[in-house]
Design a protein around this ligand. Structure first.
Ligand SMILES: Cc1ncc(COP(=O)(O)O)c(C=O)c1O
Length: 384
């Protein structure tokens, strides 16, 4: 099945539920057994205890497994929890992790604090390293963390080159696949073992739910599932339901984000105040060739650099934007804009910007209105 069919139907079992299309929202802790025999043999039952899953959570897990072309999916209560669960489940004291320098900052901080405390060393690598990653692999390298495009700076990684090197050395690869929403990129088809997503972003799509997904291949699923059970990780049924509801329209939303974002990015490229735009869908972007080879589209999140970092001017630009909210997260139906400081979260590479780096999420508004709002923002910036 193609993705638009998968996201529309996967996980739904209407004829196990009176013909009703969406799964029921099971609020459960205790699950009763009718007899002692059934109690003693509960180990084999799929529904045993609320924390261990219900038909509501199974529906989302199954749908994500199909979308990510995985063996199985583990849910987590946020994207960050999905990241920390994955790392905790797979590494041991004495292990070495290779992590892209462009990783989401809280992923780095988990490695630099919690994992370090347990004797796990994390080494950061240039996101553009490609096959050169093999020179950094050691005997104790257990895992390579990738994120593409990178957080804040949007470098496109050569995932097939990295996973080929990792496979040769018996190293697990994980990708934070949030940018593509599991829709425009298929990590497991490119040799990645585990695709982690902040479903909070594009899967949910409406800025109202926190959710994480960990889609694993056969070799890694049991370890991640056991790790998550050991920690007692579970997700709330209403949030799972809303995540599934968001998923049903991702096939309509993602191409619309792509269309709008490309027009905004092209417009920004022409502005004299903008020194560069970091959006792999632009032919001028350094990651465009790899993006076109591996991705089937681009989401609405990208970066650009303004030729000044003077706070008064940047504030004049941001403060009166009508359609771009200032706040964390992205992937919802609405546009957002934030200044960013990528150098705060770099150690293997340096981010040399000509002025203020910005991160924009282009939503589903009318693109003419979005551009007019930015146009007025640049007028304010120039007058400040
Ligand atoms: C790339 C990326 N991964 C993971 C996360 C974490 O997701 P959550 O906010 O659901 O914990 C974020 C959140 O901003 C993100 O941008």
């Amino acid at each position: 099945m193609k993705d638009n069919t998968i996201v529309t139907h996967a996980g739904n079992r209407p004829f196990e539920n009176q013909g009703i299309i969406n799964p029921p929202v099971y609020h459960a802790s205790t699950v009763l057994s009718p007899t002692m025999d059934a109690l003693l043999n509960k180990g084999d039952a799929k529904v045993r205890y609320g924390r261990r899953g219900t038909p509501t959570t199974f529906a989302l897990e199954d749908a994500m497994t199909e979308l990510e072309r995985a063996h199985g999916t583990v849910l987590a209560p946020s994207g960050k929890a999905a990241i920390t669960m994955t790392l905790s489940a797979l590494v041991e004291p004495g292990d070495h992790i290779l992590m892209t320098d462009s990783a989401y900052a809280p992923t780095r901080s988990f490695a630099d604090t919690f994992l370090k405390r347990f004797g796990i060393e994390t080494e950061y690598y240039d996101p553009l390293i490609g096959a050169g990653i093999q020179n950094l692999c050691r005997d104790n390298t257990r895992l390579i963390w990738t994120e593409s495009p990178g957080s804040q700076t949007f470098e496109v990684q050569d995932i097939p080159a990295i996973t080929a090197a990792a496979r040769n050395a018996g190293i697990i690869t994980v990708m934070d696949n949030t940018w593509a929403g599991g829709y425009f990129f298929k990590p497991l088809d490119h040799g990645v073992d585990i695709s982690v997503q902040a479903a909070t972003k594009y899967i949910v799509g409406h800025s109202d739910v926190m959710m994480g997904t960990i889609a694993c291949n056969e070799a890694t699923f049991d370890k991640v599932k056991t790790g998550s059970d050991t920690f007692g990780i579970c997700t709330g049924p209403d949030d799972v339901y809303l995540t599934l509801r968001g998923l049903r329209t991702i096939g309509a939303r993602m191409p619309a984000h792509h269309r709008n974002a490309l027009q905004v990015a092209e417009w920004l490229q022409q502005r004299p105040e903008v020194t560069r735009v970091m959006y792999p869908a632009l032919p001028q972007d350094p990651g465009h060739a790899i993006w076109s080879r591996d991705f089937t589209g681009a989401s609405g999140l990208f970066g650009f650099v303004i030729n000044t970092a003077e706070q008064k001017k940047i504030a004049a630009f941001l403060d009166d934007l009508k359609l771009y909210g200032m706040g964390s997260s992205w992937g919802g139906y609405e546009s957002l804009m934030l200044p960013s400081w990528p150098n705060k979260n770099r150690s293997a590479t340096k981010w040399d910007a000509e002025g203020q780096t910005m991160r924009v999420h282009v939503g589903l508004e009318d693109v003419g209105d979005l551009i007019a709002d930015l146009d007025a923002g640049f007028d304010r910036l120039n007058a400040a």
